[in-house]
Design a protein around this ligand. Structure first.
Ligand SMILES: Cc1cc2nc3c(=O)[nH]c(=O)nc-3n(C[C@H](O)[C@H](O)[C@H](O)COP(=O)(O)OP(=O)(O)OC[C@H]3O[C@@H](n4cnc5c(N)ncnc54)[C@H](O)[C@@H]3O)c2cc1C
Length: 401
């Protein structure tokens, strides 16, 4: 199918900009992995991603279809699709700031006040402000609505006390979006408020959590008497569950869409090990190839709906679940293709395979665990009976914790 002339002209312009400003992917080490074992490297990577987002924004290549009055390009969703396709051929990427943009941007567009849209969206699009997600707590992960961080009203401010955990990149971000309990007497999904918070506010302490791979992707965030203006409420007071669900839905769509295709790398590994003629390996490579292509197309459909501000044609959790399953299969196959080398080797190829193997845990937990996504799909898409649990009208204060 030939592309309309207008699309082809736009594509040529975007391609020319990338050629002039970015590094083609083929120059990249094909087995490079994105793990930063020291804090300085992680910070550098974060700032490079932020700067790249800023350059894309200056060139009109971020928020292409968002309203111009909020810092977007006022363009068409097909333009965003073309930009996304082209960007995959280059090394530079928008990293964590791009991820929060994908989660928080549509949430502010849908639930934010006019003032928030005019002030915050341009900062988000240009990378001038980066936001971490402050949702999970030690006692509220899958059951996020049971969260206990309290916010009490004091004039034009809320005073926030509590603890968050697993907050990606919170040590690098200047701002955050947080869920707090404002009415403990309401049922748990009510009485939650969604706030924007400045991470430099007195009373916020961020403690990085170092993982088995020595990187500190997440943090614990402690909040003691943190004062947040009431003007920073997104949506309505006590009705923060709506914007929270918009974030979670966009997070699923983003995580699924951001998965870097690995099918060619797996085929390369099979070739290097002389296994391309092995009928069982061929079956598994073909199976993996099909799964990755199908989930990629499904992800694109969801992304297009998000860009148009429409309801996705399927539950984004479905694609996130497929991405998680694909990661598991890719890790298993990569390690099997390398054999014993996968256990002990330290060369870039082996480290890539080990990273695929280990990466299954983060993708199957972050943004909703596989089990919880299956529950959601069962209830929302298949109409299965709700999971047994406390009555949804029980006040949060009376729930067992
Ligand atoms: C890479 C990554 C990035 C993250 N980034 C952030 C972030 O930026 N901000 C943030 O706030 N949080 C973040 N998280 C936290 C994430 O949202 C939680 O880890 C997740 O929601 C699960 O919560 P939990 O860890 O408390 O596990 P739990 O909820 O305690 O679950 C433990 C186990 O029980 C299972 N389980 C729980 N409930 C059910 C059920 N009803 N039915 C069946 N099985 C169930 C789960 O599937 C899981 O296997 C991140 C996590 C990861 C891995």
């Amino acid at each position: 199918m030939t592309e309309p002339a207008e699309h082809a002209a736009y594509r040529a312009g975007v391609r020319a900009w990338y050629d002039a400003n970015a590094t083609p992917k083929r120059a990249e080490d094909p087995w490079a992995i994105n793990v930063h074992a020291d804090e300085a490297a992680a910070r550098r990577h974060f700032e490079e991603s932020r700067a790249w987002l800023g350059r894309l924004h200056e060139a009109g290549l971020v928020g292409i279809a968002w309203p111009a009055e909020y810092g977007g390009g006022g363009g068409e969703p097909w333009m965003s699709r073309i930009e996304r396709e082209i960007s995959r051929d280059y090394e530079e990427w928008t990293g964590f700031p791009g991820a929060t943009l994908a989660m928080l941007g549509p949430t502010l567009l849908r639930h934010g006040t006019e003032d928030q849209k005019r002030r915050v969206l341009p900062e988000l699009l240009s990378g001038r402000s980066t936001f971490c997600q402050l949702f999970s707590e030690p006692g509220a992960g899958s059951d996020l609505a049971s969260l206990a961080t309290r916010a009490e009203r004091d004039g034009d401010e809320f005073v926030v006390n509590g603890q968050k955990v697993w907050n990606s990149a919170a040590q690098h971000c200047d701002r955050g979006f947080i869920l707090v309990r404002t009415d403990p007497d309401a049922p748990k999904h009510r009485g939650i408020t969604f706030l924007l918070v400045d991470m430099a506010t007195p009373g916020i302490e961020v403690r990085p959590l170092v993982q088995i791979n020595r990187s500190a992707h997440f943090n614990e965030v402690f909040l003691q008497d943190v004062r947040v203006p009431v003007a920073n409420v997104v949506g309505e007071i006590d009705e923060g569950w709506g914007p929270a669900r918009t974030v979670l839905s966009n997070e699923s769509a983003f995580i699924a869409g951001a998965r870097v295709p690995t099918r060619t790398k797996l085929t390369d590994l099979a070739g290097i090990g002389g296994r391309l003629g092995d009928p069982v390996i061929r079956q598994r490579l073909a199976d993996y190839h099909a799964r990755e292509r199908v989930s990629g197309w499904m992800g694109e459909q969801v992304q297009q709906a998000v860009r148009r501000g429409e309801m996705p044609p399927m539950d984004p959790g479905l694609i996130k679940l497929m991405a998680s399953e694909n990661k598991r299969r890719a890790g298993d196959l990569a390690v099997e293709l390398l054999g014993a080398e996968a256990q002990a080797g330290t060369d870039p190829r082996t480290r890539w395979a080990q990273n695929e193997l280990m990466g299954r845990y983060s993708i199957s937990i972050g943004g909703g665990t596989d089990e919880v996504l299956r529950n959601n799909i069962g209830e929302r898409s298949l109409g299965l009976p709700r999971e047994p649990g406390p009555d949804r009208s029980t006040p949060w204060r009376d729930l067992p914790r």
